[in-house]
Design a protein around this ligand. Structure first.
Ligand code: CA
Ligand code: CA
Length: 316
């Protein structure tokens, strides 16, 4: 092994660690600053906000923090099995699935803050995601962290760590989802058809305006087996980081990686290739020799922030 090779190896490892979300990339959280929510299954708590959060054009002064990886407005939501959007409730779902922190399996931390270090970090993230927008100075930031949480029923053999950040200046509002590198290890609880945290009805990730004619945005892979790899996907080209503007009538996804990483399929023999994830990018699927592709082989990133069609699969 020569020196040049070692250097290359080191650089590639460094690059990988920069393009994922280690715990140091999370917004600061912990016992000393946050309120905590521990030893619960389907319960909820709430924060009264000092500055209204504008979501789908509506002002909200209270945010409910539901243990099951879900924030809601107007009311707490107990649902532990994810349901496909649209729904009547007003929801932000960083990872809606049956979290269970009994038996010491994790903690949910939450707080509202206007600390200058946090406001600057938000400003940097918004500048990364929306480079053409004017600088953003949050009046208030809500940080909710699901740290090493287990799944129903009282399972702690697989744990998930993720964070949801809400930031508003009273006009513009943004939501940031962070998924720890290697930090998503289960996607369903025992009461949602899952076994050992896998299968059944998987976690849902997205936004739902609520009301009778709800509009919504679902992150690719929601309620599919692919959601277990959400920490490897992104709409800002940093694996595990997703950033959205949420105050308008529609959710606005970052233009730098609008559609996020296309679904990587589990069906054997599928080959996926793509270069970019901005609007009009294409993702091409093919199959290994001996398999036939079922469905469309090319998907296009649409301005809505979704890849066209559905992922194909390969069969013999
Ligand atoms: Ca639960
Ligand atoms: Ca994972």
């Amino acid at each position: 092994m020569n020196l040049g090779y070692l250097l290359l190896l080191f650089l590639s490892l460094l690059l990988q660690s920069c393009l994922s979300v280690p715990i140091s990339r999370f917004y600061a959280y912990g016992e000393s600053t946050d309120e905590t929510f521990t030893n619960v299954d389907d319960e909820s708590t709430f924060l009264n906000l000092t500055s209204n959060f504008v979501f789908y054009g509506t002002n909200f002064s209270t945010v409910f923090i539901n243990n099951n990886g879900l924030l809601s407005f107007n009311m707490a939501v107990e649902g532990y099995t994810s349901e496909p959007f649209p729904l009547p409730e007003t929801l932000i779902a960083p990872f809606w699935a049956d979290v269970d922190t009994r038996r010491g399996a994790g903690t949910v931390y939450y707080r509202e803050t206007a600390a200058s270090a946090i406001v600057s970090k938000v400003a940097q993230d918004i500048a990364l995601a929306f480079p053409n927008q004017p600088p953003f100075t949050a009046k208030t930031v809500v940080i909710v962290t699901w740290s090493e949480v287990g799944y129903y029923e009282k399972n702690d053999d697989k744990l998930n760590t993720f964070q949801c950040v809400l930031a508003t200046d009273g006009g513009r509002s943004y939501v940031i989802f962070l998924y720890l590198d290697d930090g998503i290890n289960w996607v369903t609880g025992d009461a949602s058809g899952g076994k050992d945290g896998i299968g059944g009805t998987e976690a849902y990730v997205g936004f739902n305006s609520g009301g009778q004619n709800a509009t919504y945005f679902a992150v690719q892979g929601s309620r599919t087996p692919a959601v277990i790899d959400i920490e490897t996907t992104s709409n800002v080209e940093v694996a595990g980081l997703w950033i959205f503007q949420v105050n308008e009538a529609e959710i606005i996804t970052s233009p730098i990686g609008s559609c996020g990483t296309p679904d990587q399929l589990y069906a054997n023999a599928t080959i996926l290739s793509y270069n970019t994830t901005t609007v009009n990018s294409t993702a091409t699927y093919s199959c290994e020799n001996g398999y036939n592709l079922v469905g469309v082989s090319v998907r296009t990133c649409q301005s809505s922030g979704n890849w066209s069609g559905s992922p194909p699969y390969c069969q013999i």
